[in-house]
Structures are given as C-alpha cells and as structure tokens.
Write a protein that binds this ligand. Sequence first.
Ligand code: UD1
Ligand code: MG
Length: 509
Amino acid sequence: MGRVGAIILAAGKSTRMKSRFPKVIHQVGGRAMLDHVLRAASEALGTEDGAASEAGDTEDHSPRFVVIVGHEREKVRAALATSPLVESATFIEQEPQLGTGDAVRHARAAWMDADAQPDTILVLYGDTPLVRAETLRALLVKHQRTGATLTFLTGIATDPTGYGRVLRDARGRVAGIVEQKHATPEELRIAEVNSGIYCFQRAWLWPHLERLELHPNGEYYLTDLVDVAVREGQPVSTATASLEETMGVNDRVQLADAERILRERIVRDVMHSGVTVQDPATTYIEAGVRIGQDTVVRPGTHLRGATVIGERCEIGPNSVIADSVIGDECLVLSSWLDHAEMESGARVGPMSRLRAGARLKRGAYVGNFGEVKNSTIGENVDMHHFSYIGDTNIGSGTNVGAGVITMNYDGKQKHHTEIGEHVFLGCDTLLRAPVTIGDGASTGGGAVVTRDVPPGKLAVGMPARTVRKVKSAHSPDSGKRDENELDENERDENETKTAQKHAEFGQTD
Ligand code: UD1
Ligand code: MG
C-alpha cells in the first residue's frame, strides 16, 4: 500500500443544516464533527504506513491529512484550534464549491512534489463523525488485499433516504452509485448506501478527476468515479459497516441521532472499562473523558472535555464536570466543576461550584452552596456551608465557618488572601483582600477583617481587631491578654466587648 494520504471534505455550504456555522463544526459528543473524522483517520493511518522507511528517509514531508475548506473556512480552522491534529493537517481552499468531485480535485495541490505523492488516498467526508479507526483500517487492508483501484465503504440502511444507493449487477458486483435525486423508484428501494469513505489508487485518481462531468445542478460528483472505474473494467471492491458508524449528518435531526449514538457508544465503553453508570440514558460523557475503575456515575451527570476522574469516586447525581482532574475516592454531589482539581479523598456538594483554578487538596471538603475560584483549599479543610473563596490559599486543617466570604475584588483589581494552617474562621467572616490570616488564628462571627491577623491571635468585630491569643487546648498560655494588642483595643473598649459577644456565635462545625 505504501504511503497513505487522507483527504477530508469540509467545504460544503451546509444548506440543510440551516445554520450560520459550517456544518462540519457542529459538535457531537463535545467535539466538532470534522475533529472526530480527523482523529479517526489519524488513528487509522498511524505512523506505520512504511512511507518513510521505504523511501529511506528519516523524515517524511508528504502531507498526510488534507482538509478541503471553503464555506466559512476561518470558522472551520478556529473550531479545530484545540484539536491535537490541527498541526498535521494541510488546509486547501475550494472556491466556489462545485461538489465532492471538485473538492477532491483541489487536494492535489497539496501533493505537487512528485517525490512526496501518496500511493493510496483515503477520502472521507467531514459530516461522517461516527466512523471508527478500526473500520478505516479494515477498509485500507481490503483495498490492499484485493489490489482494487477503488474500494469504498457501504452501509445497510433501514431508511436510506438522502444517501447515494449502491448499484450491483446480477452477480453482486458493484455497477455504480446513484444519488437520491437521480434514482428511479426502484433504485430508491435499495438499502445499501454509499458512506462517502473511499480508498483510491492515487495514480488512477488524479487523471480521472479531471474527466468528471458536470451535472446540471452545477456539481461534480465524486461518486461518478465508481461508474467510471466499472466501465473501464478496473477492479472495484467494497467493505460494509453498520450505518450507525457511517451515517452522514446533513440536518439537525441527524445531528441529534449522531449525538445519541455516540453517547451510547461512549457510555458502553466506559462501563466495559469497569465504571458503574447507574442510568446510561441520562449520563453524558464526552469522548475525551477518562474514568477510573469502580467509580460510580449517578444519573443526570455530564462529564466534558479533558476531564479525568480517578478510581472509587462517586460522581452525581446531577453533576456537571468540565476539563477537571479528580483523584481517587472523591465525592462530587450535585455540583458544577470547570477547570478544577480535586485531590484524592476530597468532597464537594451538594450544590457547590468549583471554578477555574479551584484546587481541593487531599481530604478537603466543600459542602453545600460553596463557590471556589482560583484558590487552593488545603488538606482536610472543612468548608461546609455558603462560602465564596476567590484568589485565596487556605492552609491544611483550617475550618471555614458558614458564610465566610473573601472580598477579592475592589472594583478594579483582584487581590490575594492568604489563610494559614489550622485557622478557625467564624461564621460570616468577611476577609478584605489583600489580607493574611496567620497559622492557628481565629476570627469571631461576623468579623470584617481588613488587616492581617497574626498567627495564633483572635480577631473580632467590624473592622476586626486582634484582642488576645487564641484559646486552645494545645496552648499553655491560652486566654492570656496580649498587652501590645490590647493597648490598641482598649481605646475603644465598648466596641471590643460588643465584638466579643459576636465571637460567641462564631463557631461552626
Ligand atoms: C454524499 C454522497 C452520497 C453519500 C453521502 C454519505 C456525493 C455526490 N454524494 O452526499 O453518495 O451517500 O454523502 O454521507 O458525494 N463538500 C465539499 N465541497 C463541495 C461539496 C461538499 O467539501 O463542493 C463536503 C461537505 O462539506 C461534506 C461532504 O463534502 O462534508 C459531503 O457533502 P454533502 O453535501 O453532505 O453530500 P451528501 O448529499 O450527504
Ligand atoms: Mg452529507
């Protein structure tokens, strides 16, 4: 087979989609359809087509993936920006778009160097997102084994509406492909359809593309090449795959069908890998997600993007997790996570939100109605109820009382809050950033902390004042007055007393 190059067609106008966006960038399973096709082709071709070694080169400069773009080409490129394969693709413009035959003809420009020509060309359509790499590999193998000039993939449809029908002679040999709009009533009843995935011998393909005839609707059909090859007596072969894999997406109904099929496929793969999915019908897992063994995914859960989840976790019900990394034995109960990280044994929810840069260290617990953004919540921190923590670092073993808020934004800039280890923040403490709470310090209920609190000290009131050392079972001089601090506070004794009363309510579990 020698060197293989792939051409993916993505220039069409998407008329039936009725969209302002090109059809091939509409997503299924969280990825652009074109991205799925590109990944399947890349996986199928691998690095082992022998091209470089046969040529005796260490580097092969022949383009491997050529994407034909036209209608809204910038949007197509932008949609692939996050795909790992965008760098290995060569984009060629087709303007105007005169059909699938014309689109493939444009790809030739990518291989003008006579020494860098592929021997076999795989053609795929960008609106066929469900095709698997192993099916493409099987097609390539069949093409090679039969020595055919052209091998294409067919599907058997219960409803073949819209597809090109595969015509066969009395002996079952391929006779051609007839498009739906040109088919006779008898031909319309044929269940075997063209998937739009073909292997060609390159040396035959290029000259024959030039000879395609224009149809009255202003298009050159790639499918006409099957007819041409048969008439020339060239060997033509086919491989067949389920239509669930080769379906083309031309409108929103087919888009939803593809979404459902891919979702079911991914959830099945996830279950086969050792994950319990309690209700597959209400579980949405995107293609790039990884989940460890014995994790349980409960109903109503959406796992998106590059999310990685460890082993023995409990996720859901009703959790939405995007691009996040979760360790082993974590609990995510009815919560939203986006670009967040949870180390092993961390728990969140119900009804909490971990935003970008939120990091829960081992054993940390963010309970109900909490929000964390760009902050590290230290090991075994307890933050059970109603808090907002932003641009903050919390040390291990700290207790965050109900309703603690970091005021990280002054209207112009974000500021950092540093909270030490084993701190006890009373309920409703407001921390005006930038501010630092030292290790082992405490705040009273309702304290408005505008100045740093030294390690081991209790600060109370509004604004909070440091009143004494923290009473602690581990501190030998617990409860002793700190003369330096008191000098300041005695200037307003009444206010301090009121604040201390508040401190009585500053405890939480
Ligand atoms: C095509 C096939 C049909 C097959 C079906 C499988 C032809 C003539 N028909 O029909 O036999 O059963 O796919 O899904 O090939 N494109 C371009 N440039 C163009 C026109 C189209 O790049 O000028 C691209 C589109 O973006 C799309 C792909 O080619 O990704 C296929 O075009 P589409 O219009 O969807 O063809 P179908 O009518 O589905
Ligand atoms: Mg189509």
